[in-house]
Design a protein around this ligand. Structure first.
Ligand SMILES: NC(=O)C1=CN([C@@H]2O[C@H](COP(=O)(O)OP(=O)(O)OC[C@H]3O[C@@H](n4cnc5c(N)ncnc54)[C@H](OP(=O)(O)O)[C@@H]3O)[C@@H](O)[C@H]2O)C=CC1
Ligand SMILES: CCCCCCC/C=C/C=O
Length: 689
């Protein structure tokens, strides 16, 4: 007769879990049936995912988790007595298993228990850490998502923990410069002196932004995010163009039923073998914080959540604690830190010619915006243009665009310059064969009526001027919308990042705007069910009645979440995000496993950053294993006319409809801009000179 202990959840956690939220229960185990074996816990893992996942565990059920256990009785030849086994046996001292995978409610299957392989001199407990789930998380999460390259700069948060400490070391092995973000000086020094990190940020005492400026002025290429919140926002703000964020992805959450998921299950041996080699060659170090006694599981769990662990937090079961009949919370007073250090050899790293005088009007960026832009922030002036030089042309604006990105870019702009923006203009004089007189050119000439240009971009990374394509009777103004930058934003951003499949459900915010209205229609062309989200019921009628969206939800509706659930009974597969903030998080919380999020913009926070504060997106990112990617449309500059020609074809075929909100008069640029920012437009907002 074996008396087993198990620890169950008694209450829903409210903030930091409390000892009283748990209950230890003793139970008598039944005799083994054929095919079963009985295993006694030796090491149990305590991991942060347990806290995040706890709301899925019914009250009264046993806390989830993995352990290394010794087989003490068996009626299954594959699991012989005396051998050790790694399994998801939860917080139990003794477990009867038939060797089959166990279901993790809401997260698919955990792998079947496996016998401890030959580890050489390494302790079995490593199978709960560097050679187990946290090791695989670091290995696949970092290498597959961040795709680091030699010489790149990597930042990792939660850096001194089980996953973070491995990520940083893999980054060093890959030849990267590594900055760890952690919560104490001791841990920071351990990262630098013990693990070979290049620097650390103490997020509790340092100004994170300043310290990152000092440590990595060149910017960050890869960020492995274990923490979310303000720290992550600050790190992401320091990233270079085209950086990758690898969100923390516990591999236990990866053992799911969709085919893509088996990728990691099939490849789990790869992480194990590679990390084992690194450990044995001394290229990787590993630390554990070991708490003794099954009865201290709760204490070990809480202390790990409080950041008291260095490296992997585990519990070693002492015989005495298995025999104990008491359930006591006894805070750990011993330092508990056990360094299974491997022999280490820190890796050695290692714009004249002549027309008559032309007077141009332009808007000067006079004062940095605070909140919603004020008319006094810009100043309309008149200037005389010089004659054009060889290679240049002079163009007269016909339509100008007002776009949300102008507000988003403003903090990066120097005062005194012409305010930014695109226009379609008629070439009225030219000394450049590529831009002949009489043609129409689309260019980022700024808010001005007349411009001299040589066709090249004014700033690095921005697009050069391009001649309007053959419009086949369509209005010239379309080159600022559906047949221009916003049309391409919808075309490439949606198709390339969301990769929609017929039958899938697509949500799009800013749905009645220039970009969003095209995204939703392309989604319909691709056979998807489309939910459009915008700020007025009038806009909703247009979306559903004319653009044939399947559903419309007004984001100002207090029942937004409920209506979203009704509109998406099968969940959401693709989300095209134009707005950010809480609406986006709410949408992401309704997404299906392996959903895709294209982050196009975040207009909810352009005028008021505090309005964009939201619940962290990392929860749905991790639990639904979402792929979230930001983009700037000019990424597809080399395919620019592919997007324009396809959208034109769809318009001609009657598959794409398009609306403009036109403001008359260059002197009304500012009004058009601010109206658009406040939702005054349906479709593309433009100004006709
Ligand atoms: N990544 C890229 O390369 C590009 C990104 N963008 C981004 O795409 C997004 C859409 O741009 P575009 O289609 O040109 O603009 P829109 O035509 O959609 O105009 C902006 C719209 O934003 C909506 N809005 C304003 N404030 C809020 C708020 N607090 N919450 C939710 N919605 C709000 C308003 O509609 P409503 O009535 O619905 O509130 C308004 O009409 C923007 O975020 C922009 O920055 C655009 C081009 C390129
Ligand atoms: C979160 C800020 C998003 C701003 C997007 C601006 C990119 C648009 C470029 C257009 O030219």
């Amino acid at each position: 007769m074996v008396i087993a202990k198990k620890i169950t959840i008694n209450n829903r956690f409210d903030g930091m879990p409390k000892p009283s939220d748990f209950k230890t229960i003793e139970e008598e185990l039944p005799p083994l049936k054929p095919g079963e074996f009985l295993a006694e816990a030796v090491f149990l893992s305590v991991d942060p995912y347990m806290r995040a996942y706890a709301h899925n565990i019914p009250l009264g059920a046993t806390m989830v988790g993995s352990q290394v256990a010794k087989i003490i009785e068996s009626r299954n030849d594959k699991y012989p007595v005396g051998k050790h086994v790694v399994g998801k046996f939860d917080w139990r001292s003794h477990t009867i298993s038939s060797g089959l995978p166990t279901v993790i409610q809401g997260a698919g299957n955990a792998p079947a228990p496996y016998l401890v392989p030959d580890l050489g001199n390494l302790p079995m407990s490593y199978l709960l850490g560097v050679l187990g789930m946290p090791g695989s998380t670091a290995y696949f999460g970092f290498l597959d998502i961040c795709k680091p390259k030699n010489g790149e700069v990597v930042a990792v948060s939660g850096a001194a923990g089980a996953v973070g400490s491995i990520v940083g070391q893999i980054a060093k092995i890959e030849g990267c410069k590594v900055v760890g973000i952690t919560g104490s000086e001791d841990k920071g020094r351990f990262l630098v002196d013990g693990l070979g990190f290049d620097g650390f940020v103490n997020y509790k005492t340092d100004d994170v932004a300043k310290k990152l400026d000092q440590l990595v002025p060149e910017g960050i290429d890869c960020y492995f995010d274990n923490v979310a919140g303000e720290i992550s926002s600050t790190v992401i703000g320091h990233m270079r163009d085209y950086g990758f964020v690898g969100p923390f992805r516990p591999t236990t959450m990866m053992w799911k039923t969709r085919p893509e998921n088996y990728l990691y299950q099939e490849r789990s041996g790869e992480a194990f073998q590679q990390i084992l080699k690194w450990l044995q060659a001394g290229r990787m170090k590993y630390h554990e914080t070991i708490t003794k006694g099954f009865d201290n599981m709760v204490a070990a769990f809480i202390e790990m959540l409080q950041g008291k662990n260095l490296g992997k937090a585990i519990v070693k079961v002492a015989k005495s604690s298995l025999q104990s009949r008491l359930t006591l919370y006894s805070p750990i007073t011993t330092n508990g830190i056990n360094k299974h250090q491997m022999p280490s050899s820190p890796i050695k790293r290692a714009i004249s010619g002549g027309v008559n005088m032309v007077k141009a009007r332009r808007y000067i960026f006079e004062k940095q915006f605070e909140g919603l832009p004020k008319s006094t922030d810009l100043r309309l002036v008149e200037e005389e243009l010089p004659p054009i030089k060889d290679g240049e042309f002079l163009a007269e604006a016909v339509y100008l665009s007002v776009d949300p990105y102008m507000r988003a870019y403003a903090p990066r702009l120097s005062l005194g310059r012409t305010f930014i923006g695109s226009q379609v203009a008629k070439i009225i004089e030219s000394k450049n064969d590529k831009f002949p007189v009489g043609k129409y050119v689309v260019g980022e000439f700024g808010w001005r009526t007349h411009s001299i240009s040589d066709g090249r971009p004014l700033e690095v990374g921005r697009p050069g001027a391009w001649l309007a394509p053959e419009l086949e009777g369509l209005p010239l103004s379309y080159t600022l919308g559906i047949l221009g930058m916003p049309g391409n934003t919808a075309y490439f951003g949606f198709l390339e990042l969301c990769k929609p499949k017929s039958g899938e459900t697509v949500a799009v915010t800013g749905a009645a705007g220039a970009v969003g209205s095209i995204v939703g229609q392309i989604a319909k062309i691709k056979g998807c069910t489309v939910i459009g989200i915008a700020g007025s019921d009038e806009k909703g009628k247009w979306l559903v009645n004319e653009l044939k969206f399947d559903h419309f939800i007004n984001y100002k509706d207090p029942d937004f979440e409920k209506k979203l659930a009704q509109a998406a009974p099968k969940g959401i597969d693709c989300y095209f995000d134009n707005v950010g903030g809480q609406i986006s998080t709410t949408i992401m919380n309704k997404m299906n496993l392996f959903g895709r999020v294209a982050v196009c913009g975040a207009i909810s926070g352009y005028n008021d950053k505090s309005a964009a504060r939201a619940d962290p997106v990392q929860f749905p990112l991790v639990f639904s294993q979402l792929k979230m990617e930001g983009f700037v449309v000019h990424r597809w500059a080399d395919r620019w006319f592919e997007g324009i020609l396809q959208n034109k074809k769809w318009i001609k075929e009657g598959k794409l409809r398009y609306k403009e909100t036109v403001t008359e008069g260059f002197e009304n640029m500012f009004k058009a801009f601010v109206d658009m920012l406040q939702g005054g437009n349906t479709g593309k907002a433009i100004v006709k000179v």
